[in-house]
Design a protein around this ligand. Structure first.
Ligand code: SAH
Length: 258
């Protein structure tokens, strides 16, 4: 039997935020390897009785790829379920290379990233006309160093939207980098913990000055997204530039200007 391994984005936590395709694959799966407690809910809900289910939290890369290869030799559909989107901080390439060597076919099903889910939870937009039209998805250096030129201070110099993953325990470094890049002490910063998790989501709104203290008093030390953006809070501004798409004076392919 030559089965196929599907790297499925589970989304940010709410099991209803997996894609329909990802859910169908789970429903057909003979084996599922999921990434820690972040995505176990979707597995429990959708995987069929008799499905081989394993948590990868205590496995090494070799054990993970070995398990996937072994399962693909006895099941048609094998799912590797990952948080958010598998292409973001998901160790995808190191997992698929051994599959290629073993001649196992594989494919990726995208997922709703926690960056998008965090903005949605707070009712914020990541882009706003004439304010910011660019989103940078990044992190600060932890045990994984940042490549040259990608230090947060350098990226923050663009004054665009920053979605900062894997960095909630390094908030003081985030503050330092934004200050060094000229962000004001009053610049809005948003932290969302467990975005989309039913009854566990926490939203903390602050400024560059106080966001760390606020997160500390809310005891937020893991599973959190930091968003710094000049567009935060725009729904309360006295005036904003509207998108041209819905502007009555603007013609496009589907509508003539009035
Ligand atoms: N592939 C994932 C990211 C994995 S890295 C994605 O696309 O979302 C893990 C980091 O993602 C965490 O440190 C945190 O910064 C963020 N994260 C994952 N799930 C989250 C959630 N539900 N709410 C807020 N941040 C989350």
């Amino acid at each position: 039997m030559a089965g196929k391994v599907w790297f499925v984005g589970a989304g940010p936590g709410d099991p209803e935020l997996i894609t329909v395709k990802g859910m169908h694959l789970l429903q057909q799966a003979g084996a599922v390897l999921y990434a820690g407690s972040l995505v176990d809910h979707a597995v429990t809900l959708y995987a069929p009785d008799g499905c081989e289910i394993r948590d990868s939290k205590d496995m090494t890369l070799e054990e993970i790829t070995g398990w996937l290869i072994e399962q693909a030799r006895c099941h048609e559909t094998v799912v590797r379920l990952q948080t958010g989107d598998p292409g973001l901080y998901g160790a995808l390439v190191e997992m698929v290379r051994p599959l290629d060597v073993a001649n196992i076919t594989w494919a990726v099903i995208p997922g709703v990233s926690s960056a998008m889910a965090s903005a949605a939870a707070a009712g914020e937009t990541l882009t706003l006309p004439e304010v910011t039209q660019t989103v940078i998805l990044t992190r600060v250096a932890g045990r994984t160093p940042m490549p040259d030129g990608e230090e947060l201070e350098a990226l923050a110099a663009h004054h665009t939207t920053l979605c900062i993953f894997l960095s909630i325990t390094l908030l003081s470094e985030v503050q330092r980098a934004l200050r060094a890049a000229g962000w004001s002490e009053d610049a809005p910063v948003l932290v969302v913990q467990k975005a989309s998790w039913p009854s566990e989501e926490k939203i903390v709104r602050g400024t560059l000055r106080d966001i760390r203290d606020k997160c500390r008093s809310e005891k937020i030390t893991s599973q959190a997204m930091i968003i710094a953006s000049p567009a935060l809070g725009a729904r309360q501004w006295p005036e904003i530039q509207h998108s041209k798409l819905y502007d009555a004076a603007f013609s496009h392919r589907f509508r003539k200007a009035r």
